[in-house]
Design a binder for this molecule. Structure first.
Ligand code: GLY
Length: 395
């Protein structure tokens, strides 16, 4: 049939066919029941080919491919975590088998002392596994990982060092994201009875509480400490639009981090910090009506700046927990709003899109022009976690 067309029109024809098929998929999807569409997306994760060296991290629209990373990447634990969480949500045993397989490939990270991202990698994979069923081997891996992470703690600065790169610029950089790794330390103490991990997590949380937050309740991304005076020498950003901006994901790590620190300590200063940081987020004039933040609250391109679904899902999950501590409905309302917004074809990927992700529109690293407005594995992770937390409230 194509032979009846002039060859010169062939590219136009291909373009029209691609456009037409894309539109029809979107149209079909908008007519699909949203839970059916979600099931189809979940199956993309279940059926994704197992590869011990290539953890799916994001989808690059520019290169038209799934970006895959080795286990040492900070995001490696999220995919296994998503499979464990999908078992929780669906009850389908097939997710357990896949989750176990992907989780096992992360074990070697328990000895990786060159990173602070131990919680993201090990707790989000093995930690989710022991939420599903007892597993002594997983517990031992969490304890070993906590020992390794502890080697990055500086007794004088009273903090865990985040990064080892950029040594000519930074002496002892600590990023707000690092609050998330404390969950692994708190759990390691609960499992082992060794209180040293808990104490170290508390010391880190206290130091960050003192130095990372601005008077207006937003937070810095990076605080660099002087290794001689042990005091902050620089407060800057690495992933935000400028040093004084509110990078949405960094801010969301701050909210989530102090909420989890309160869970394990019942220190009211941590809950206050979580709440004041949450209030800054909720009341910001640049938070869109659907609750999904722009990647940085201070991007002058707003409203034409990319969103960051991951920041929205991190905060949505944290706010279910804050609601549990405060019984203030406003936090629960935000979580529900985010889920309502995301459960639409504006955010859920098309049913036939070949990538192991659920949601579109996360932004990874804007200053490096990397992972802008794309599906990213940790956006899905906190979406699923929010669904589980809402389910557990039995409202
Ligand atoms: N370092 C974790 C993040 O990009 O949020």
């Amino acid at each position: 049939m194509l032979s009846c067309f002039n060859k010169n029109y062939y590219p136009i024809l291909v373009f029209l066919v691609v456009m037409f098929s894309g539109c029809s998929t979107k149209k079909e999807d908008s007519e699909l029941n949203i839970s059916t569409l979600l099931q189809k997306r979940y199956e993309k994760l279940l059926n994704y080919e197992i590869d011990s060296l290539a953890f799916p991290r994001s989808y690059s629209y520019k290169d038209n491919l799934v970006k895959k990373v080795p286990s040492k990447d900070w995001t490696s634990g999220f995919f296994a975590g998503n499979l464990w969480q999908l078992y929780n949500l669906t009850g389908n045993q097939a997710y357990i088998k896949k989750a176990e397989a992907w989780t096992a490939f992360i074990e070697k990270e328990k000895f990786n002392y060159r990173t602070h991202d131990m919680g993201f990698k090990v707790y989000n994979s093995f930690g989710n596994g022991i939420k599903i069923k007892d597993n002594k081997q997983y517990e031992d891996i969490i304890i070993e990982s906590a020992k390794t992470l502890s080697t990055r703690f500086n007794e004088n600065i009273k903090s865990i060092r985040s990064w080892d790169f950029n040594k000519r610029v930074w002496q002892f950089p600590v990023i707000i994201d690092n609050m998330m790794n404390l969950e692994l330390l708190f759990e390691a103490t609960k499992i082992s009875g060794d209180s040293s991990f808990h104490k170290l997590a508390v010391a880190h949380a206290n130091t960050t509480l003192t130095h990372h937050f601005r008077p207006n309740n937003s937070c810095y991304h990076v605080v660099d400490y002087d290794t001689l005076t042990y005091q902050p020498r620089m407060k800057v950003t690495h992933q935000g639009i400028n040093d004084e901006s509110s990078w949405a994901r960094g801010h969301s790590w701050g909210i989530y981090g102090y909420t989890l620190a309160y869970r394990y300590t019942k220190n009211s200063r941590y809950l206050d910090r979580a709440i004041t940081t949450a209030e800054y987020f909720l009341n910001h004039k640049n938070l869109p009506n659907d609750g999904i933040p722009y990647w940085d609250f201070d991007d002058p391109a707003i409203p034409n700046a990319p969103r960051d679904v991951s920041a929205g899902t991190i905060v949505a999950s944290a706010m279910v927990e804050i609601y549990g501590h405060t019984l203030d409905e406003k936090y629960l309302d935000y979580s529900k709003k985010v889920i309502t917004s995301l459960k639409s074809t504006d955010y859920i990927l098309n049913s036939d899109f070949e990538a192991p992700f659920i949601l579109d529109h996360s932004t990874g690293n804007w200053p490096k022009n990397d992972e802008i407005d794309e599906p990213i594995v940790y956006g899905d992770y906190y979406f699923l976690e929010t669904l589980i937390r809402l389910k557990n409230l039995k409202l």
